[in-house]
Design a protein around this ligand. Structure first.
Ligand code: C5P
Length: 220
């Protein structure tokens, strides 16, 4: 991107994967490394933006010269994003947010001696933070979501993305295929960006940094 083309823009980015607590020592988590969100934060700051990074359990260091807000669960992330969104020109939800959380957080460690050979957990739906932020957006605020899908068929993957773009109400949806090796932990990424009508506006594969630059080009 062009140096300085995002000067003065306030961009709030969530990255990483949430952890939903079960008891004081355990959580339900996911394989998100936070690399794509961190690359976006780094690239946006390098182009002059004021960046807030809402960081959920990153496996990579947060970049320098961004305002990092550490969170763990989806509930923490929602609070931090809602607060930061009030001042934002652009909101990017790159975090992998748990769809469900344990219905109760035990005050004491769950003990196998009390539980026996099987343990059944009851989970409850988390709110959709992206859809909430998109619905509450201020005039002119741009909201970008991500969709990580494991669907192998490219046509079906695109169909899922289009449906999601419409449902979430965001301006752009970054669609990528993830699996055991590609996507989350990988250094590279392969994405398509859809606009709110479901049209493909970007198709790019490359390093997470080069993918970040292309996404930020939408804003300049
Ligand atoms: O529905 P799905 O999880 O595939 O949507 C992914 C997008 O929605 C990502 O941008 C993610 O950050 C966001 N999300 C959210 N709150 C949830 C689940 C996902 O904001 N509870």
């Amino acid at each position: 991107g062009t140096p300085g083309d995002l000067t003065g823009k306030r961009i709030v980015i969530s990255a990483g994967g949430t952890r939903e607590p079960l008891d004081p020592v355990r959580f339900l988590g996911n394989r998100s490394s936070g690399k794509q969100g961190v690359a976006l934060a780094e690239a946006a700051a390098a182009r002059g933006a004021d960046v807030v990074l809402v960081a959920a359990n990153l496996e990579v260091p947060a970049p320098a010269n961004v305002d990092v807000r550490l969170v763990s669960s989806a509930a923490d992330l929602e609070r931090a994003m809602t607060e930061a969104a009030a001042e934002a020109d652009v909101i990017i939800m790159a975090a992998a947010v748990a769809d469900y959380r344990p219905s109760e957080v035990r005050a004491e460690k769950i003990k196998k001696e009390d539980t026996g050979d099987t343990l059944v957990l009851t989970l409850v739906r988390n709110p959709d933070i992206l859809a909430g932020l998109a619905a509450a957006r201020k005039p002119g605020q741009i909201v970008i979501g991500f969709a990580a899908e494991t669907e192998a068929d490219p046509g079906l993957l695109l169909e899922l993305g289009r449906e999601k773009a419409a449902r979430k109400g965001c301006d752009y949806l970054v669609l990528n295929r993830v699996g055991w090796t590609e996507g989350f932990a990988s250094e590279r990424n392969e994405v398509r960006v859809l606009n709110r009508h479901g049209d493909i506006v970007i198709e790019v594969s490359g390093s997470k940094m080069s993918v970040a630059e292309r996404i930020l080009d939408l804003l300049s």
